[in-house]
Design a protein around this ligand. Structure first.
Ligand code: SF4
Ligand code: SF4
Length: 73
């Protein structure tokens, strides 16, 4: 999966990932203290969340980017 949690314990609940993701992948937990990767399959590997996360709690890999199907050769 392209978007993964590196370390939930260091998430400070700043909501930067929630607010910057153009694909609406994240939600905040009910207590508002952590973000949740709610819709990982919607990730389009733009790395906005990773760039704006101040703690490195999440990481974006190229996994999904390597599997883009296309009809063109
Ligand atoms: S890489 Fe982009 S699309 Fe994927 S979860 Fe992060 S902000 Fe959203
Ligand atoms: S940007 Fe990072 S620290 Fe802030 S809520 Fe998201 S995962 Fe947690």
């Amino acid at each position: 999966m392209a978007i993964e949690r590196y370390d939930l314990s260091i998430c400070i609940g700043c909501a930067n990932c929630v607010n910057t993701c153009p694909c609406d992948v994240f939600r905040m937990s009910d207590d508002g203290k952590k973000s949740i990767i709610a819709y990982p399959y919607d990730c389009q590997v733009c790395n906005m969340c990773g760039a704006f996360c101040p703690t490195g709690s999440i990481m974006v890999t190229r996994d999904k980017g390597l599997k883009i199907p296309t009809n063109y050769r």
